[in-house]
Ligand binder design. Structure first.
Ligand code: HEC
Length: 211
């Protein structure tokens, strides 16, 4: 009797082993699905539509997951979102209330931001912001940034990068908030500050009268 029990157990365990090892890539027969398929969401994992749903209103017994961070949350170390609405009041009035969280750039940061500017902006606006980039003519309507920027607040320049403006698209998905605020600082370094202050007396009416 004991022998039969031992043989039976052996046969059973062999059967389990063989059934369980059909294919190395397959988990085989699944006795405890919770142990095989994680109910937690794993990046790049196959998302079984029988378990997960992207519709929060009819989730039912399924797990709601839509790849987006929960509303009102912020990634650690991330700058605050730009909450100015995308309309003319936002552009002309509200954007100037948002201060640049970063100070002027120096050294490596300046170099790196120049690189980002040359990749993302210079194709249209030119390396010096003078609207003479290689595709400026094809795009059409590209503006000389540094002509207007001295009169623009940091928030207004950020606004243009956040939402785009006419023929210029939004850069919100290509550049992080920090990178965009840095580019605002970089544009400040391109502005011809010294030139305007030294040239100003030339157009002074008093100077003309003296001649
Ligand atoms: C595809 C070409 C293109 C690229 C790339 C581009 N822009 Fe523009 N940009 C434009 C055009 C066109 C306008 C003019 C929009 C309009 O009609 O007001 C503009 C306008 C602007 C203005 C507003 C100027 C004003 O006088 O109102 C700013 C500031 C600006 N761009 C900054 C940037 C920055 C910073 C980048 C890089 C992150 C960038 N642009 C990338 C095409 C481009």
């Amino acid at each position: 009797m004991k022998k039969i029990a031992i043989i039976a157990t052996l046969i059973l365990s062999m059967a389990v082993v063989f059934i369980g090892c059909k294919d190395k890539r397959e988990p085989g027969r699944i006795y405890m699905p919770d142990m095989t398929y994680s109910r937690a969401y794993e990046s790049y994992a196959y998302r079984d539509s029988a378990i997960f749903t992207m519709d929060p209103n009819s989730a039912g017994h399924k797990i709601f997951f839509n790849n987006l961070p929960p509303a009102g949350t912020l990634k650690r170390g991330e700058l605050y979102p730009f909450n100015v609405p995308n309309d003319s009041n936002g552009l002309l009035n509200l954007s100037s209330l948002v201060k640049n969280p970063l100070g002027p750039l120096t050294g490596k940061d300046l170099e790196e931001t120049g690189r980002l500017f040359n990749i993302n902006c210079a194709v249209c606006h030119g390396a010096k912001g003078e609207a003479n980039g290689p595709v400026a003519e094809k795009v059409g309507g590209v503006k000389n940034i540094i002509l207007a920027s001295p009169g623009y607040s940091d928030g207004r320049i950020f606004f243009v990068m956040e939402y785009g403006q006419n023929n210029m698209g939004s850069y919100a998905s290509q550049l992080s908030r920090e990178q965009r605020w840095r580019i605002v600082q970089y544009i400040r370094t391109l502005e011809p500050k010294a030139a305007t202050t030294t040239e100003a007396p030339k157009t002074d009416s008093a100077a003309v009268v003296k001649k």
